[in-house]
Each structure stands twice: as structure tokens, then as C-alpha cells.
Design a protein around this ligand. Structure first.
Ligand code: GLA
Length: 340
């Protein structure tokens, strides 16, 4: 009777959440994780700028804490993330006080970063988000790559180098490309093309991380199914890595006077439908291995400050007081009924 999400869906995929060290120290969060989650992702602690702020200095403490917690509770851990354009330290792309790092030196820095990370966390981490968000079909170059410092200095080669280097250093981990808005439209196309090219060239990528920063009215069933089928057809594993379902539509309520003081009931219902649809559709495809939400409870979500600073949002499965939303027991029941 006391089943959690992870037990109810273990026949299909892991269920996870992004966490900070601070979150894990809260009793209510600890209880929810213990009961419901079989996978954790460090929300920020492992990002380049957080864990490796100076060339010779590392902040291991928070990720060690998360890794120890996961190990003690037998929870899987995702390594997030290695090559990303955000939250990078300033030393990384610099040489001397004014110059830009050379291509060869950037490869060397990346290699050292990967060596140290994998040495420390190979036992703990089952999957690495090797690349995060390198595709940008709107502002990228004519091949659809984001014009980040990584890309401008290292080129596309750096992306292949990253996968190969992590593979050598971490032979048993699953290696992922992770990105947002890649379940439909031009970005789905560009991502499929990039992954097919990597696979053709023998680059060791095993999985696609579909972030899933979504909306109460998006995506629908067809979008989900089509995306899953297309990525699975490449032979990739699929993980929904950062799911949260906003109370607002993408372009809505950017003005303070339109903010909700609580989530409207019809949207709560639609949000629940989106969660249920995702879990049920994902369970039909053996390629889907994980559904992770970007946070645990609505008291801590990046969407309170994105895309509008200070606009409260309620995108997760647990409310601001760490109580299950109605969708949680419904999901547990559905998962159990599908496992018979
Ligand atoms: C991206 C990153 C995550 C996180 C979210 C917003 O999706 O992959 O690590 O930073 O943005 O918080």
C-alpha cells in the first residue's frame, strides 16, 4: 500500500528528481526521495563552473554529498553536465589575462576535466550528459550549432572528442546528448541529424536526454510518440531528464499584473493530464529508461525566475508544502496496474 512512484513504474523506467545538497538535508525532501525516486541528478553542483571554478581548484563537497546519499540509498545518479555554454568558469576560455585559449589547449582542459570527474564519480554515475544544448536552430550557424565559446574555439570536433574521452575514461556509463525543445519542429530534425551523424561516425553516444521543460497545454500525445519513435529508431535510449510542467503558456503573463496567485484549477487538471500522458506513453516504449523532474516540490523551482523573474510557478509533482499533488497517487496506481 505504501508504494511510491519508483516501485510502481520500475517495470518500465526509473523515476528521478534533480536535487541540491541542501535539498537532501531537508527531512520532507528526504522522505519523498526515499519513497518515490530511483534516480537523482545534481541540479547545479556538477556543472563546470560550480565544480571546477579555477583551473587548479575543485569544489567536490556538494557532489560528493549527493553521490554518497545516492549510494547509501541505492539510487541511480546522472552526471550533469560536461560541455554546456552556461555556468562555465571564466578561466576556461581564457589564456593569460586577456587572450583566448587555443583550440588545442581547450581540448586539453576538457580532457583534464573529464579525467578528474570520471575518476571520482565512475562508481557513482550510470549516465553522463556529455553535451548539453549545443543545437540552436534560431541563432546558431548554418549547421544549426549554437555559437558558444566551446564551438567557436573547439568546433564540432570538440563534441566528438568529448564523447570519446568520456567513453575511454568511463567504459560502463551511458553517454547522453541532452537538450530542450527537441521533441518537435526544427530542433527535433536538427537533433536527429546530429545524432545520426555521430552514430555513423562511430562516436559513442547511447542516449538522448529530452529535457521536458513543458507547459500545462504542451506537448500532446502525438508529439511525444513521434519524438520517442524517431529517437528510438536510431537505436538510442531515451531519458526525460528535466521535466517540469509550467502553469503558464510559453509566451503568457510576462507582466506582473497577470501573474496567478495560485495555479488555476483547470490548469492543475491539465498539468496532471500531461504527467499521466508522459508516464503512460513512455511505458509503451522499452527505449525510455528514466523520467526525472527538475526538482522535487514547488517550493523550489527555477521556473519562479524563468522566463519572468519573481513569477511563482507550480510545475512539479509535489506542492509547496511537500504534499503529493493528486496526480501522485493516481500515477502510482496506474503504474502498478500496468505492471500486472
Ligand atoms: C537547462 C540545464 C539545467 C538547468 C535548467 C534550468 O535545462 O540543462 O541544468 O540549468 O536549464 O535550471
Amino acid at each position: 500500500m505504501n508504494h511510491g512512484l519508483k516501485d510502481a513504474w520500475q517495470h518500465a523506467f526509473r523515476v528521478g528528481a534533480a536535487v541540491s545538497g541542501k535539498t537532501l538535508k531537508q527531512k520532507e525532501a528526504d522522505e519523498i526521495i526515499t519513497r518515490h525516486f530511483s534516480s537523482l541528478t545534481p541540479e547545479n553542483a556538477m556543472k563546470f563552473g560550480e565544480i571546477h571554478p579555477e583551473e587548479k581548484s575543485w569544489n567536490w563537497e556538494e557532489t560528493d554529498f549527493i553521490a554518497d546519499y545516492a549510494r547509501a540509498k541505492n539510487i541511480a545518479l546522472r552526471g550533469h553536465t560536461i560541455v554546456w555554454h552556461n555556468q562555465t568558469p571564466s578561466w576556461l576560455f581564457q589564456s593569460g589575462s586577456t587572450g583566448q585559449v587555443s583550440k588545442i589547449e581547450l581540448f586539453r582542459r576538457l580532457e583534464n576535466h573529464i579525467a578528474a570527474l570520471t575518476r571520482r564519480y565512475n562508481q557513482a554515475v550510470y549516465a553522463w550528459d556529455v553535451l548539453n544544448e549545443v543545437i540552436d536552430v534560431e541563432k546558431g550557424d548554418d549547421k544549426g550549432f549554437r555559437l558558444s565559446s566551446w564551438y567557436k574555439i573547439g568546433g564540432r570536433e570538440l563534441y566528438e572528442f568529448a564523447f570519446k574521452t568520456v567513453r575511454e575514461a568511463s567504459p560502463n556509463a551511458r553517454l547522453f546528448y541532452n537538450d530542450y525543445n527537441i521533441e518537435s519542429g526544427a530542433k527535433l530534425k536538427a537533433t536527429l541529424r546530429f545524432l545520426a551523424e555521430l552514430l555513423d561516425a562511430g562516436v559513442p553516444v547511447q542516449g538522448i536526454g529530452i529535457q521536458g521543460h513543458w507547459f500545462y497545454n504542451y506537448p500532446g500525445e502525438d508529439t511525444l510518440r513521434t519524438a520517442i519513435e524517431k529517437y528510438a529508431a536510431l537505436g538510442l535510449e531515451i531519458e526525460f531528464t528535466e521535466v517540469d510542467i509550467s502553469a503558464y503558456e510559453f509566451d503568457e503573463s510576462r507582466d506582473q499584473k497577470d501573474f496567478f496567485s495560485s495555479m488555476p484549477e483547470d490548469r492543475v487538471r491539465k498539468q496532471a493530464e500531461r504527467y499521466k500522458e508522459l508516464f503512460c506513453i513512455a511505458a509503451n516504449y522499452p527505449a525510455v529508461k528514466n523520467i526525472t523532474t527538475w526538482g522535487i516540490a514547488d517550493n523550489h523551482t527555477w521556473l519562479d525566475n524563468f522566463p519572468v523573474r519573481g513569477r511563482k510557478n507550480w510545475p512539479l509533482l509535489f506542492d509547496q508544502n511537500y504534499h503529493s499533488k493528486e496526480i501522485v497517487p493516481a500515477l502510482v496506481e496506474t503504474g502498478l496496474s500496468l505492471s500486472d
